[in-house]
Design a protein around this ligand. Structure first.
Ligand SMILES: Cc1cc2nc3c(=O)[nH]c(=O)nc-3n(C[C@H](O)[C@H](O)[C@H](O)COP(=O)(O)OP(=O)(O)OC[C@H]3O[C@@H](n4cnc5c(N)ncnc54)[C@H](O)[C@@H]3O)c2cc1C
Length: 420
C-alpha cells in the first residue's frame, strides 16, 4: 500500500533514530534514481540495460507500488486493488540496487542524496522521478484531515479504497460530486474516466443516484468523445458543470461534505476532491522545481534547467505538450536513460521523439483514446503536428469494445515492462 504523508514523516523520524545501514555503491559511474513509479523504475531499468557497467540505485519510499492507471476501475467496483500492486524484485534481478527509504535531502554541489535513515548516496547523475504532491494550500478547506472524509484518490492505495467504500455505503438516490482542478495536473482525462465508471456503478447498482463533475475548466481531454459516450450511456446519471457555468469549486467544508462555488453550495453524499498539485516535495527540496511548483527541463536530455546533473522525468516535470501520464512517464524515462548513458560516456544525446497514448475506460466494453507524438522545439516538448489524434466520434460500438481491450493490453504491457 502507498505511504501517505503522515506515515512517511513517521517513518522518516523513526528511521532517523536507527543506526545507518551502509548501501554498497561501486567504484564506477553512479546514477541514483529517486522514485520507483512509472518514470523512475523505467529509467533505472533502461539505464542499467543501456550500460550494465553503470552502478544504478533506485530509491523508493514504499516497498509496494500501487498504480493509478486502472484505479478508476477499482473505484467503479470492476477490479481488485491487488491487481494494481507491484513489487521491486524483478528490478533488483535486473541488476538495479533498490533501496526502500524516502529520500529527504539533496546536496547538488556535493552530488549527494540523504535518505530518511541518514544514509548518504553519491551520484554522477541523478534522475528525479517522485511524481506529484497534492497542494494542501491549493483549495481552502481541503486539508489532509478533510481528505479522510472527502477522498482525492489521486494517489492510489488507501484513498482508492476509501472512495470505493463510500460509494458502496451510499444509499440509492445519493449524489456523488467530483471536483476537477485547473490544468496542469496528473492524468488530464482521469476525472472524466472516474465520473464515467462511477456513473456505470450507479446506473447498474443504485439507479436513483447521480454523479456531478464540478470543473475548474471549460474544456478537457477527449471532451467530445466523453460527452458522446455520456449521452449514449449515462444521460440520467452524469452531469458536467463547466467553469463558465459556475463549476469551479472555491472551497470545501468537510464537516458537511459541501463544495462551494461562486453560485451555490453543493451538498454531496460522496465527495471526491481532486485538488491542485505540484511536483513532489523532494523535487522542491532539491531546487529543481520553479515557482509554478513543477520542474523545467531541457527537452533533449530531460536535464533540469535549474540544477545540473539532475534529470527530471514523469509527472514532476514541465513536459510541454505531453500530458502527465504513465505512458508519457515511461516514454520520457527511456529518452532520459539514453541521454544519461550517452552523457556519462562523453557522447552527445540524440534528439528524441516521444509518444503518449491515454486510454480511458468509460464502461467495461467502451474505451476511448488520445495519442500524440512529441519532439523538442523552441526549448520545450512540442506536438508533432498531424501525428496522433483522438478516437473518432460516431465509431461503431465494436470499435469502442476493442479500445477497452487495448486499454487492458496496454496496462499489462507497461506494468510488465516496468515491474515484471
Ligand atoms: C485516477 C488516475 C488514473 C490514471 N490513469 C492513467 C492511464 O490510464 N494511463 C496513463 O498513462 N496514466 C494514467 N494516470 C497517470 C499516472 O498514474 C501518472 O502519470 C504516473 O503514475 C506518473 O508516473 P511518475 O513515476 O511520475 O509518478 P508515480 O507513478 O506517482 O511514482 C512516483 C514514485 O516516487 C516515490 N517517491 C516520492 N517521493 C519520494 C521520496 N522522497 N523518496 C523516495 N521515493 C519517493 C513515490 O512513492 C512513488 O512510488 C492516472 C492517474 C490517476 C490519478
Amino acid at each position: 500500500m502507498r505511504t501517505n504523508r503522515r506515515q512517511f514523516l513517521k517513518a522518516a523520524s523513526a528511521a532517523a533514530l536507527l543506526p545507518m545501514p551502509a548501501i554498497a555503491q561501486g567504484a564506477g559511474q553512479k546514477v541514483v534514481v529517486i522514485g520507483g513509479g512509472f518514470a523512475g523504475a523505467s529509467a533505472a531499468r533502461f539505464i542499467k540495460k543501456g550500460n550494465p557497467q553503470i552502478d544504478v540505485t533506485l530509491v523508493e519510499a514504499s516497498p509496494t507500488f500501487t498504480a493509478c492507471p486502472f484505479s478508476n476501475l477499482v473505484i467503479g467496483g470492476l477490479r481488485d486493488l491487488r491487481a494494481q500492486q507491484f513489487g521491486y524484485d524483478k528490478i533488483r534481478a535486473a541488476g538495479v540496487t533498490v533501496v526502500i527509504q524516502p529520500a529527504t535531502g539533496v546536496d547538488a554541489q556535493a552530488k549527494s542524496i540523504t535518505l530518511a535513515n541518514g544514509t548518504k548516496l553519491s551520484y554522477d547523475r541523478m534522475v528525479m522521478a517522485p511524481g506529484i504532491d497534492l497542494r494542501w494550500d491549493g483549495l481552502p478547506g481541503y486539508t489532509e484531515q478533510a481528505a479522510e472524509i472527502m477522498p482525492h484518490a489521486w494517489k492510489a492505495g488507501e484513498q482508492t479504497l476509501l472512495l470505493r467504500n463510500q460509494l458502496e455505503s451510499m444509499a440509492d438516490g445519493g449524489t456523488v460530486v467530483i471536483s476537477a482542478p485547473a490544468n496542469p495536473f496528473r492524468c488530464p482525462p482521469g476525472p472524466y474516466e472516474r465520473a464515467s465508471l462511477i456513473a456505470h456503478y450507479l446506473k447498474t447498482k443504485k439507479p436513483k443516484s447521480k454523479v456531478i463533475i464540478l470543473d475548474a475548466k471549460d474544456a478537457f481531454s477527449k471532451q467530445r468523445a466523453f460527452q458522446q459516450a455520456w449521452q449514449q450511456l449515462y444521460p440520467d446519471h452524469l452531469e458536467w458543470v463547466s467553469l463558465s457555468k459556475g463549476g469551479k469549486v472555491n472551497s470545501v467544508d468537510a464537516s458537511t461534505k459541501t463544495l462551494k462555488t461562486d453560485f451555490s453550495d453543493v451538498k454531496a453524499d460522496v465527495a471526491n476532491i481532486v485538488p491542485p498539485q505540484r511536483a513532489a516535495a523532494i523535487a522542491q527540496t532539491a531546487g529543481v522545481a520553479d515557482r509554478t511548483g513543477w520542474c523545467p527541463i531541457d527537452p533533449v536530455t530531460l536535464e533540469s534547467k535549474l540544477v545540473p546533473n539532475i534529470h527530471v522525468v514523469g509527472d514532476a516535470g514541465i513536459m510541454g505538450a505531453m500530458p502527465k501520464s504513465a505512458f508519457s512517464a515511461n516514454s520520457q524515462a527511456k529518452v532520459c536513460a539514453a541521454a544519461v548513458t550517452a552523457l556519462l560516456a562523453g557522447r552527445t544525446p540524440l534528439e528524441p521523439r516521444l509518444i503518449n497514448t491515454c486510454y480511458s475506460v468509460v464502461a467495461p466494453d467502451y474505451g476511448i483514446t488520445v495519442a500524440g507524438v512529441y519532439r523538442p522545439k523552441d526549448g520545450v516538448l512540442a506536438d508533432v503536428e498531424g501525428a496522433g489524434g483522438v478516437s473518432p466520434l460516431d465509431a461503431p460500438r465494436e470499435n469502442r469494445a476493442l479500445e477497452a481491450e487495448f486499454a487492458d493490453g496496454w496496462f499489462k504491457t507497461i506494468t510488465g515492462e516496468v515491474f515484471g
